[in-house]
Design a protein around this ligand. Structure first.
Ligand code: PLP
Length: 357
């Protein structure tokens, strides 16, 4: 393993005092991790340095053609005082899968995990203490070649920045209102929907804005070809409880393979629930709602963990779920996943990874 150089800041910032006002993604810690890639040298010069602006040539290809990928994960201050990650090896595996799609060179996953642990150790006092808070982790890669030709880069920067973040649910789990998007699409099979890359988010902003104007918090994306089958919600995967079956759309190339999604499937199966990964159409949801079989819906993702859905609107059809209250399965999953993440309960799956005491 390459040595990771550490250069500590001479001007440490004051840490936030009121953790109830942290919000999301606007405060950053004192240091960041950088690894460079240069053709011929590979990934090299892993280092922890003071947090600050990156210097880029204005012609840097990431700025023009969007050759970039990212990840999103959290470090948790567990009940025993240790700092932990949740399935970090899955995030780094997915980063390389995104890299592959975006023609970015593969990066050693062991180096990614070791260097992240080292960064968190340096920044451990920035991991907030209050219930529900965490240190959000944003790894990303950008192509930095200074040329306007459309080519895969020969030079890249991998960086990790850290942001202490507030409890997602300041006042308990809250059901959200979701708009089924029938005008715009997020991704198509053969595109880059399964990769965590900025362009997918750029493509989603317009729909998100229009849904907001109608009073909905997020959009539910349909497939890009027939606009019939469910894909996912904003930055979350989605599950539906229909009768005694729990359904989530199967991974098809245009859906982001969430690690929370994967964990929810494994957890539900371990409890003996009937879980299917299959194609599911919005018409099937409307039908199940009419028949009283559509019992619960929820989104899954690192930020919210579980986000119960209280209302779904598709054209003129409004489906209110479980009287706009949190469903039994949503609540149970939330309690057990967060219980493992914050070390409040047994971790039979071995998902929680200790970084330091
Ligand atoms: C990150 C992301 C998710 C959720 O993935 P997790 O690994 O569970 O956080 C779902 N959909 C999209 C589009 C995403 O970017």
């Amino acid at each position: 393993m390459a040595e990771i150089r550490v250069e500590l800041t001479k001007n440490p910032k004051a840490k936030p005092t009121d953790e109830s006002k942290l919000g999301f993604g606007s405060i950053f810690t004192d240091h960041m991790l950088i690894i460079n890639y240069d053709e011929g040298q590979g990934w090299h010069d892993a280092r922890i340095v003071p947090y600050g602006p990156l210097s880029l040539d204005p012609s840097a290809s990431c700025l023009h053609y969007g050759q970039e990928v990212f990840e999103g994960m959290k470090a948790y201050r567990a009940q025993d005082g240790s700092i932990r990650l949740f399935r970090p090896e899955e995030n780094f595996k997915r980063l390389n899968s995104s890299n592959e799609r975006l023609s970015i060179p593969h990066i050693d996953e062991e180096l990614l995990l070791e260097s992240l642990k080292k960064l968190i150790e340096v920044e451990k006092d920035w991991v907030p203490h209050q219930d529900g808070t965490s240190l959000y982790i944003r790894p990303f890669i950008i192509a930095t070649d200074a040329r306007l030709g459309v080519h895969a880069g020969h030079h890249y920067i991998y960086a990790v920045i850290l942001s202490p973040s507030g409890a997602y649910y300041a006042s308990g789990l809250q059901p959200v209102k979701i708009y089924v998007e029938n005008k715009y699409v997020r991704a198509v099979k053969g595109g880059m929907g399964y990769a965590k890359t900025g362009g997918n988010y750029a493509a989603s902003l317009k729909a998100q804005e229009e849904a907001h104007e109608l009073g909905y918090e997020q959009v539910l994306w349909l497939d890009g070809v027939e606009r019939k089958y469910i894909e996912e919600v904003g930055a979350m995967n989605v599950f539906f409880v229909i009768g005694d079956e729990i359904v989530t759309p199967m991974l098809n190339g245009s859906i982001l393979p969430g690690i929370t999604r994967k964990s929810v499937i494994e957890m539900l199966k371990s409890w003996g629930y009937n879980v299917s990964e299959r194609r599911i159409s919005v018409d099937e949801l409307v039908e199940a709602h009419k028949n009283g079989q559509f019992k619960e819906a929820f989104g899954t993702g690192t930020a919210a963990v579980i986000s119960p859905i209280g209302e779904l609107r598709y054209g003129d059809t409004v489906m209110v779920l479980n009287d706009n209250r949190i469903g039994e399965i949503s609540q149970k999953l939330y309690d057990n996943l967060t219980g493992i993440q914050w070390g409040k309960q047994e971790d039979p799956f071995g998902w929680s990874v200790k970084v330091c005491e």
